[in-house]
Design a protein. Sequence first.
Length: 612
Amino acid sequence: MCGIVGYIGPREAYPIVIKGLKRLEYRGYDSAGISLINSSGMNVYKKKGKVTDLEEATLGKDISGHIGIGHTRWATHGEPSDRNAHPHTSNDGSLSMIHNGIIENYASIKQELSNKGYQFSSDTDTEVLLNFIQDIKQNNNCSLEEALRIALKRIVGAYCILLIDKNDNNTIIAARKGSPLVIGIGKGEHFLASDATPFIEYTKEVVYVNDYEIAIVRADELILKNLGNEKQTPFITKLDMELAAVEKGGYKHFMLKEIHEQPSTIFDCLRGRLLTHSGEIRMAGIDNNIDKLANANRIVMVACGTSWHAGLIAEYVFEELCRIPVEVEYASEFRYRNPVINEGDVIIAISQSGETADTLVALESAKAKGAFIFGVVNAVGSSIARISHAGAYTHAGPEIGVASTKAFTGQLAVLNMMALKIAKAKGTITEDRYINLMKELEAVPEKVKEILADTSNIKAIAEKYKDAPDALFLGRGYNFPVALEGALKLKEISYIHAEGYPAAEMKHGPIALVTDKLPVVFVATKDSYYEKIVSNVQEIKARKGMVIAVATVGDTVIPSMADDTMFVPDADELIAPLLSTIPLQLLSYYVGVAKGYNVDMPRNLAKSVTVE
Ligand code: F6R
């Protein structure tokens, strides 16, 4: 969702901010804008469309200045348009602000300000907040920082804001609650952004701003305060991220690059943790809390989207290996329905970005009710990672393509290791099975490499079915959530309507959809459900449905019935989703490309869903 970039220091701000906004494009947006201050005043440029449209709009204009703030907007209040794009300017023309988040009580504040004669040139909640700050500053004759602090105490909602005053060309004031903000520390310069990707080539030293903190950022100074005006000590973290991780590296799309990175990202996730030779799994977050985890009365997986699918697979694995009851909850539902949380409940939060608003708020309320929170997160230092009591990173590196691919397999790898560790501690797994599953996990990166070695068959299948208006994805057991994930990927990348179902459920309704025009994708690898799924394939063929199967290398039965087959190497059924998901990622990628869509930035979607 909205991306935020700011720069203050000796360099020209414009190129840094523009390049930073391009790096944040993956978050999803519909308009972009920038404000710059130089000796002749403040210049604000904003445009509906892409950052390149903004660049065009600034051609020949004054873009000089050593202080700048830029924004990519994903519309919430008000349609995508030039006037709703950020930055917004205060009524007196002195202040400029960008904002990521939603101000829930903006309507009453807007009324208050309108009564005082304020005019609004956009439909946004941001412009309301900005004029509210201006009003407080004037009425109280106080500093901008003080006015912001007073305003933030009055507002309800989520925000990350950057604020500049045209009369002060050496300060950016920033604040956050619920929306991410990271500050990069350079030599005599500072960078501000929604994540570190915009400034990774300039500095690796960062400060993650916490909720309810205000940052006063000057070229050579960073002051952090809480809303009570007390100074906070900035905690500097060293980033372990290279520029190459946020570039396409020769691939046509980030999504394709990230699919192909999976042998190494899964390897990185297992490295130093899965010690097959000694039969040990080393994960500090679990080791330090093994009593809580092994004695959990119940585990609740809380997540959204693809991460929720990882939770569903983990439900099967945890219940099988650890014999602990598991529930998998959509964060957005969990947070609003006053769930019962008892002592001894463990919440496992799964999130790539670590910033998903629904997941974050669900965790905050579960934490307040006394639950132990374990985060399975990809983005290092993100909000979910920080509010969790303990956790394990997936180490997949920055995921830029909007569709989650490598983060999903990273989540599965972490959750499998976690289940194995807990099962071992509880004594619910035999030594043989434990070692065997460790070896199976260890073999995954090589097996993924085998799938990726030649993808021409999957590409051809994608081209054959690309014009289908609908598709059904079916699977059983561990492969049922894989079917859901396959359907989600196809929907978001190719805009084809797709449904995922447990294959046996088909007879209870969805089979009515089957015609000779409907592609039905079966995830039908060799597992304990195999015979059953063979029957389900026959039921579809008997109704002339077109069957695309994901089958195990060496299987001849499924391929003989299917119209088209994508093969994956054999694996234990607990581990198989790490493999069977890969052809489905590629299928949706190639369908999206064949249809000419922007697979890295599908319409309406945002990478990091920081609003509810
Ligand atoms: C789908 C996708 C989304 C995310 C969901 C949760 O490809 O990427 O469904 O999985 O928005 O995001 P995170 O994992 O960042 O909490």
